[in-house]
Design a protein around this ligand. Sequence first.
Ligand code: NDP
Length: 329
Amino acid sequence: NREIHLASRPTGWPVEDNFRLVKTDVPTPGPGQIVVRNQYISVDPYMRGRMNDVKSYVPPYALDAPLDGAAIGEVVASESAAIAVGATVLHGLGWREYALLDATAARPVDPALAPVSAYLSVLGMTGLTAYAGLLEVAAMKPGETVFVSAAAGAVGSLVGQIAKLKGAGRVVGSAGSPAKVERLRALGFDAAFDYHDGPVRDSLGTAAPDGVDVYFDNVGGDHLEAAISAMNRHGRVAICGMISQYNATEPPAAPRNLALVIGKRLTLRGFLVNDHNDVRDAFVSDVAGWLREGTLSYDETIVDGIENAPAAFLGLLRGDNLGKMLVRV
Ligand code: NDP
């Protein structure tokens, strides 16, 4: 078994030296336990926060211990009556080839219904984040103009498409390269821009000349400031993430225009996907239907080999990914 340990805590941007590849024996299950051979592991932006030794909504990673996170794989040994060898399960012990866990901590999924990687992307936490954030938290209504940042990423690309499928009037996305902008147009976004091409405020003004009703924020900083300026009265902002400041060593300069929230009667609401399991059934039924019809696309960027998991994570922070960044073990 090979697994990735946190060797040191990053300051600012993480580097390969913050991680260590460690060889261990393949574990054997005790009573009630299973061993899973991981097939895909997820690398996610929130993991950057867990590398700092600070109190947050999830505890920090320990030094000199394996990292963890969402993973999917096949059960290769079982001492549990509930889960048999051969089952495919979702669980929380990624960043390693073999995971030992209590059977109660694993969720069996049907590998015949969808490619197994989809359970970590469109059908998983990523998809639910997009769905719940847009429809519950921001309460998007048909006809509205929606703006989403990090729009070519895992969550953002689904937000834009779900907005169109649910009747948004206009959907605008921002992303970090011309190729990503082209991809957004192919996915059905009405307008898209590369945020390197000029101030976000100017690009957004051109892309959404009648203003924005819903902003799905994945980035924070100047994107949030530009959105606040562009918001229409009674607009809603779903604050999903602020990736532009995860590696920052100084507090952010923007947004400097928060006072606009008053006169425009805006709602800015942070959320965590974990609190939205009540919409899971509606989410699965909608998304499964759209996938069957072929009206929803999802991109995945796959990096091979557990030894390359740190590189995949660093690449995710730099924007190397189109859609969900995954490691195939
Ligand atoms: P993505 O697939 O979107 O990957 C991250 C992307 O962020 C990169 O591809 C990069 O794309 C973009 N990015 C990186 N730095 C910057 C920057 N300085 N300015 C603008 N864009 C940047 O990741 P996810 O879809 O998994 O996550 C998206 C956001 O949602 C994150 O902020 C994450 O923390 C949050 N999240 C929150 C959840 C919740 O429960 N609240 C659950 C899941 C995710 P580019 O090339 O366009 O720069």
